[in-house]
Design a protein around this ligand. Structure first.
Ligand code: FES
Length: 996
């Protein structure tokens, strides 16, 4: 049918199919600012304004827009975007989003801005609650919503013509209580099963509280809240993501997924599908070579089981691959899938890890091709076993022994951008894989044998990524899309639906964790033993290394003389577990930190003093370092820096621990006896990269105008790593970040990097960048010394400093970087000023943090409302406080999710019962807790500019801190996350029934 509508101010006349969604039609017409995140109108990243009202385009037919006015992000702000020279052409909302660091991956940003625009168009002075309400229809997995809300309030002030405070003023260090100012008339208003905005007023500047390291020197770019280098394109919705391209002749790839948890394909007949007009290929296990590989994107040689096949006749979970189709369009591809006839032999399914090793349990991986499986006959993907000292002997002499089993659930990473890949052959018959991945170099290396192509015939391009959180550290759908391109010779695009993302990607490993701890009367821990039964699902991807990290980090914080760790990582007929931000450590600390609370509570010890008394300190040997490292024997590492005590001090102040802990008045809510308030703490540590294994590299090339190309293999998945690496290079080379053209990553053009995982980019890729920049600086100074020497007395390169886009001699003579570049490229001793830096670290200095939470519990329903999350973090020197605090805020909210409301549940047939954003609840803008971030800097000598990692540690503490706050509020301890109301209600009933 023909429709006419106004799109961003221009009348459009279109012929559309009646069944096409508006999302499909807009993207097909090059409006890439509107994104796909789900198909049910629940995530909101496809939001546009229809006659000024935010609407989800994935659930709206294009035909419904006839005669309407549509505004997309492309219609917000001026039209002269590509000639952008300042902030004028941007809408105030776009400017504020850039200034406040409200953009991380940027996938939700266009929708957020449109939703906010709709609010500000009719409300010029909105409250924080109104802003949060306006954003409820748009989910964001990265930011925790704090900075977007700040940005919108800031934009509102700008639009009212008010002067807004600068985001950052030199010398101004925000002090506790942090980002929130008390609202005297409303302070201490009780929450009543909804947080509301009572008691605080949000500041519109995004800087966290900073306690600056004494060793830190004044710097020009490092330590400053520089805007993200990719912010402008993201805030305008430019086509930056994997799927934001058009290619002539591109086919649509789709998968037929198993409806059974465990089955064999007895017969499969694809003839009708192949005969369908518009179908170009149908692949089953009979059509491609059977190559066992791992989907885990890890360095060579990957240490885990190689138990995955592109297609197999043995189906091991609901969502496993049965067949793949490439067709002219989505509709034909779906019809083809429906025409594939499959006869299944249904096998008994294993749905609980506690059954996996039992005699007679169904065997999941008895195929001869798979390798590096610990014991296939017992469904044992991997085993870890180590001990320091002798725990059993120590338990005999301990005054008290505590033993409990805890459970950490299966949760999904849920990046708003699903897995998406486009593959094609270029003019040289090389296979191009454009993919949303955290590990482009691992993708190329791992896929080469799977596809039967040499690595040199494969090029992997990583554009912007719409979030990953570990789930894109998998080689997940690149293989099957590439197979379809190889068979058809055509470009193929493949993207997961949201249901497929839940059912057929990866999750966090759910774990049963049994912790046994021996304690003396004085509160000293003498022995700590953890048994971890980890559920890797149907594939052993990351099986051993995730569980290894659980022991390596969570069992190292309390540095007892006897520590023991054993992990059995077993197969079940569930969607495979894999990498998820935190990589096993959140599960470990869920057990350790709820266990420590139980011990302190039972023995009447102060929970903070008890923890600090036993916690590892600067100068201590990392107890696990010499025993275990990614499945290999490690080497002794020492804790160079540990800011944990000061984190506790600063965090306690911010959460007002002294006023609240043990204060009955604060715990009760006047006039509401069914409500109880509680306060909790958890202390955590992580790692910074994998020592002696993972390598990163960067190259820097100087251009005629004195600008630089910074090429990094590192993968910015929204974290801001491109920005942070640019700041480091800028600091060394004395040029502002805007003089750098930063690009990541492409296996043809950027140097190798292991990718974005293990909290390593700032530390590893940062050191590589600094090394490259130092070599470039050396070359610049050689040329500059020669040029300056011609102006008078000779100078040596070592005499010069680089700053303000120039090289300076001590006597004030200078030459600009532009003149240096022109001289080197065109005039004298001509050569290209450029260098490559690489780095692999011999150590992994841990960041530390103290996480605090306050909650309100409804004792009649068991509902928990998380009121406050305060995290004080020692991540070494913070290179960019704005991007780093965004990491902490978003990470805390993700962690609160697994503590309170997230669980990917399966029924007794293995079907996922909540494969949508509606029933799989992640925090929205209006139910997220108040968030405060405090950075307590230490100066880590081994890191670039003193930095340690920041990305993963926020995932470790919020869950147990919330559980401990609930324990404090109502006196019952829930050992299995998440803290669903029903669990708390039942525990309260059981507790009151047991009272005399
Ligand atoms: Fe919102 Fe990434 S910035 S989903």
């Amino acid at each position: 049918m023909n429709i006419r509508f106004n799109l961003n101010g221009e009348d459009v006349d279109l012929e559309v199919a009646v069944n096409k969604s508006l999302l499909t039609v807009l993207r097909a017409n090059g409006i890439f600012g509107v994104k796909h995140g789900c198909e049910s109108g629940e995530c909101g990243v496809c939001t546009v304004l229809i006659d000024g009202v935010p609407m989800n385009t994935c659930v709206m037919l294009a035909a419904q827009t006839d005669g309407r006015t549509i505004t997309t992000i492309e219609g917000v702000g001026g039209e002269q975007m590509r000639g952008w020279k300042g902030s004028e052409p941007l809408h105030a909302l776009q400017t504020a989003f850039v200034e406040t660091g409200a953009i991380q991956c940027g996938y939700c940003t266009p929708a957020m801005i449109l939703a906010a625009k709709s609010l500000l168009d009719h409300e010029d002075s909105p409250s924080e609650a109104q802003v949060r309400e306006a954003l409820t229809g748009v989910l964001c997995r990265c930011t925790g919503y704090l900075k977007p809300v700040q940005a919108i309030l800031r934009a509102a002030a700008m639009l009212r013509g008010e002067e807004v405070p600068p985001v950052f003023e030199e010398g101004a260090v925000p002090a506790p209580p942090g980002l929130f100012e008390p609202r005297p008339d409303r302070d201490e208003q009780p929450a009543d099963s909804a947080r509301g905005d009572g008691g605080t007023m949000l500041k519109t500047t995004p800087m966290p509280v900073m306690v600056v390291a004494e060793e830190e020197k004044p710097r020009d770019h490092v330590g400053k809240p520089e805007p993200k280098v990719d912010a402008l394109k993201l805030v305008q919705g430019h086509p930056a993501f994997t799927d934001d391209i058009e290619m002539r002749g591109m086919l649509v790839g789709k998968l037929l997924l198993s409806p059974h948890a465990h089955a064999l394909i007895k017969n499969i007949d694809a003839s009708k599908a192949r005969a369908l007009e518009g179908v170009h290929a149908v692949l089953t296990y009979k059509d491609i070579p059977r190559v066992a590989y791992t989907t885990a994107g890890q360095s060579h040689p990957e240490p885990g089981p190689h138990d995955n096949f592109s297609l197999d006749n043995h189906l091991r979970y609901v969502g496993d691959r049965v067949a793949a189709v490439a067709a002219e369009n989505e509709q034909i591809a779906q019809q083809a899938l429906d025409l594939i006839e499959v006869e299944y032999e249904i096998l008994p399914a294993l749905l609980d890890a506690r059954d996996s090793m039992k005699p007679g349990a169904p065997i999941l991986h008895d195929e001869p091709e798979s390798w590096r499986i610990e014991d296939p006959q017992r469904n044992l993907a991997a085993v870890i076993d180590w001990e320091l000292g002798n725990c059993e002997e120590a338990f005999k002499t301990a005054d008290y022994v505590f033993e409990e089993t805890y459970y950490s659930p299966k949760v999904q990473q849920t990046p708003l951008e699903p897995h998406v890949v486009v593959t094609w052959f270029d003019e040289n018959d090389r296979l191009i894989i454009r993919t949303s991945t955290q590990v482009p170099f691992h993708v190329r290396r791992i896929l080469a044998p799977v596809l039967g192509l040499p690595e040199k015939r494969i090029r992997v391009i990583k554009p912007r990524i719409g979030g990953g959180f570990g789930v894109k550290q998998e080689v997940l759908i690149e293989d099957i899309c590439a197979h379809l391109t190889i068979v058809t010779g055509r470009p193929v695009r493949m993207e997961y639906s949201r249901a497929e993302e839940f059912a057929a990607s990866r999750t966090r490993h759910n774990m049963y964790l049994t912790l046994k701890t021996g304690v003396m009367k004085d509160g000293m821990i003498v022995a700590n033993a953890l048994y971890n039964l980890s559920d890797t699902g149907a594939s052993g991807t990351h099986a051993m290394t995730v569980a290894g990290n659980t022991g390596h980090k969570a069992m190292a914080l309390y540095n007892a003389p006897n520590i023991k760790y054993h992990a059995d990582i077993v197969y079940t007929n569930k969607v495979p577990s894999g990498a998820y931000r935190g990589y096993g450590v959140p599960q470990g600390f869920w057990a350790v930190e709820t266990h420590m609370e139980r011990i302190a509570h039972t023995l009447g010890l102060d929970p903070i003093e008890f923890r600090l008394k036993n916690a590892i300190k600067a100068g201590d040997e990392h107890p696990v370092s010499k025993i275990w490292s990614e499945g290999r024997e490690g080497s002794a590492e020492y804790i160079n820096t540990c800011g944990l005590p000061e984190c506790v001090e600063r965090g306690s102040e911010a959460i007002r621990w002294e006023d609240r802990y043990g204060n009955e008045t604060w715990h009760s809510v006047p006039g509401k006896p069914h409500l109880r308030r509680g306060i909790g703490v958890a202390m955590v540590m992580q790692g910074t990269a994998i020592p002696n294994l993972d390598m990163g590299a960067a190259s820097i090339k100087m251009n005629d105008d004195g600008s630089f190309n910074l090429l990094v293999g590192a993968t910015d998945l929204g974290t801001g790593s491109d920005t942070v690496l640019t700041q480091m290079a800028a600091e060394v080379l004395g040029a502002p970040p805007e003089d750098f053209i930063t690009y990541s990553s492409d296996t043809d053009f950027t140097p190798f990097d292991k990718g974005a995982y293990a909290s390593s980019t700032t530390y590893i890729s940062g050191t590589a960048t600094v090394k490259a920049a130092q070599e470039v600086a050396k070359q610049i100074k050689e040329v500059a010394a020669r040029m300056i020497g011609k102006q008078g007395d000779p100078v040596t390169p070592d005499d010069l400093t680089l700053r303000d886009r120039s090289a300076w001699a001590p006597d004030g003579r200078s030459v600009t970087l532009r003149d240096v570049a022109l001289n080197s490229l065109h005039a004298e001793a001509q050569h290209q000023i450029m260098a490559v830096g690489s780095y692999v670290s011999p150590e992994s200095p841990p960041p530390f943090a103290a996480q605090f939470a306050t909650v309100t519990v409804d004792t009649q329903t068991g509902q928990v409302v998380v009121d406050d999350l305060v995290m004080a973090v020692d991540s070494g020197v913070i290179i960019n406080p704005m991007t780093a605090s965004g990491q902490i805020e978003g990470g805390m909210v993700q962690a609160a999710g697994y503590g309170v409301c997230e669980e990917l549940a399966v029924d007794d047939t293995g079907q996922i019962v909540n494969p949508r954003f509606g029933p799989y609840w992640i925090y929205r803008s209006d139910d997220v807790p108040r968030l405060t971030t405090i950075f307590v800097e230490t100066y880590e000598e081994s890191g670039p500019f003193g930095a340690k990692a920041v990305a993963e540690i926020p995932l470790d503490g919020a869950g147990p801190a919330i559980a401990n706050a609930v324990y404090d509020a109502v006196g019952v301890q829930i050992k299995d996350a998440p803290l669903y109301p029903e669990k708390i209600w039942r525990a309260l009933q059981a507790s009151s029934a047991s009272q005399p």
